[in-house]
Design a protein around this ligand. Structure first.
Ligand code: FCB
Length: 454
């Protein structure tokens, strides 16, 4: 075999992982469930935001998405066919508690009950993520996560889900990508709830960190042998050029964004460089920050996709351009493909924070896939992307990183937030006109890798 073939060979790759390694998939409620107005589900901030003119490509919403709410038995069966050992899904808060506090919607909880049972029957371990950005609109109307009461709202909601599913689920995640929810949703305005206010974004981030600690402790008290984690999105941050200015900007950005969550989670409070950058940019006006409680994590979830190059337009904080390097390989998202960055981020997290375990809780790529006349989806670029990133994960493992699992984003093509249905991340192709699912070549490849595993 040539080096290239060897790199893509699923059996050779599988060999580099220990027995019991957790190969899985990740997905989220709003992106796949649909059934937005069924069985008593309340409205979320994404139901509202997706209707703001111009906010979403083609004006699409998640009203129907992949209709997973009705088709979950088929989707679980597909994962079974691929051989997945784990599935990370999120609970839609407004589906189980329409107003965010108070009244509980039993029919919503029943759905997750049935989903968990179907997964267990298929031999797939469920990981329940409590928050993937679809905050009940009723809570947003009361101030959302910028309000300190959100800590209690979230802890109560977490407890009600844990009380219902905790007899069968031991893997829990409090938040997915708190930085994206806080910053893209409240400072950049490109995600729900669509605000552009940095002090609010930093209050949201602070309350999420506190809510993580409160909910995590609550779940632990209700669920025997619970494993509590959080998914932090850390891409490989690099200066765009080798100038001092770009190097300083890259360090400041990574502190103001990634370490902003990681440092407090590991008991160090907010990072100095990040505080300086946010302070200099005026983001802390009127914000009183005290040290949030540490995260008490059984595992750290890492969502990794790309390399971000930082170029400074001036010496002012946040006067930065962040994006892919020129003439680099990119996915349909315009994200720079950088498998070595995954290895480096894993090594850095291990060295800096020494989490007990790390799980890659998202990794994957969007390409404009089509079903060929013979019914196949030849997504070679996705196979190459996955193979190279899994290879990089194996390098990190060999260097001593306590990596225990890897979840592909995602099982199905789905609603990619502001990109609507224009970005396909699935290993299974979805025809959104008739909801037909077709395994892509990457699904077959991933299945071979899992089957070859020890
Ligand atoms: C991550 C999100 C996930 C999906 C992927 C492509 O940031 O957690 O919902 O949109 O990116």
């Amino acid at each position: 075999m040539t080096n290239r073939e060897l790199e893509l060979d699923p059996a050779a790759l599988a060999d580099r992982f220990p027995p019991g390694f957790d190969w899985g998939f990740a997905a989220s409620a709003y992106q796949i469930e649909g059934a937005a107005a069924e069985d008593g589900r309340g409205r979320s901030v994404w139901d509202t935001f997706s209707r703001v003119p111009g906010a979403i490509a083609d004006g699409e919403t998640g009203d129907s998405a992949c209709d997973h709410y009705h088709r979950f038995p088929e989707d679980v069966a597909l994962m079974g066919r691929i051989g997945a050992k784990a599935y990370r899904f999120s609970v839609s808060w407004p589906r189980v508690q329409p107003e965010g506090t108070g009244e509980i919607n039993e029919r919503g909880l029943d759905f997750y009950d049935r989903l968990v049972d179907a997964l267990l029957a298929a031999g797939i371990r469920p990981l329940v993520n409590l928050f993937h950005w679809d905050l009940p609109q009723a809570l947003q109307d009361r101030g959302g996560f910028a309000d300190p009461r959100a800590v209690g709202w979230f802890a109560d909601y977490a407890a009600l889900v844990a009380a219902r599913l905790g007899d069968r689920v031991s893997d829990w995640m409090t938040f997915n990508e708190p930085a994206v929810f806080a910053f893209l949703g409240h400072a950049d305005g490109i995600h729900a709830p669509g605000m552009r206010d940095w002090p609010i974004a930093l209050r949201v981030a602070d309350n999420q960190l506190r809510a993580h600690a409160a909910a995590g402790a609550g779940v632990r008290s209700l669920v025997k042998d619970a494993r509590i984690g959080i998914a932090i999105d850390v891409n490989h941050v690099a200066p765009a050029t080798d100038t001092d200015r770009d190097r300083r900007a890259a360090a400041a950005w990574s502190s103001a964004r990634d370490a902003w969550f990681l440092d407090p989670l590991f008991g160090r409070g907010y990072p100095r460089l990040g505080l300086e950058a946010h302070g200099a940019a005026g983001h802390l006006l009127g914000v009183e920050l005290t040290e949030p409680p540490a995260g008490d994590l059984d595992y750290l979830g890492l969502n990794y996709y790309r390399r971000d190059r930082v170029s400074a337009a001036s010496d002012r904080a946040f006067d930065w351009e962040i994006g892919p390097g020129d003439a680099t390989e990119q996915t349909q998202m315009g994200w720079e493909v950088a498998p070595d960055g995954l290895r480096d981020v894993l090594l850095t997290l291990h060295r800096e924070y020494a989490p007990r375990e790390i799980v890659v809780t998202e990794n994957g790529a969007a390409y404009p896939d089509t079903v060929d006349a013979d019914g196949r989806v030849r997504d070679d670029r996705r196979v190459a992307y996955l193979a190279r990133h899994i290879g990089a994960a194996a390098d990190a493992l060999a260097a001593g990183v306590p990596l225990t699992g890897y979840d592909v984003w995602s099982l199905l093509d789905n609603y990619e937030w502001s990109f609507g249905y224009t970005r396909r991340f699935g290993l299974v192709h979805v025809d959104f006109a008739d909801q037909r699912r077709t395994l892509k070549d990457s699904a077959i490849w991933y299945g071979r890798l899992i089957a070859a595993g020890r």
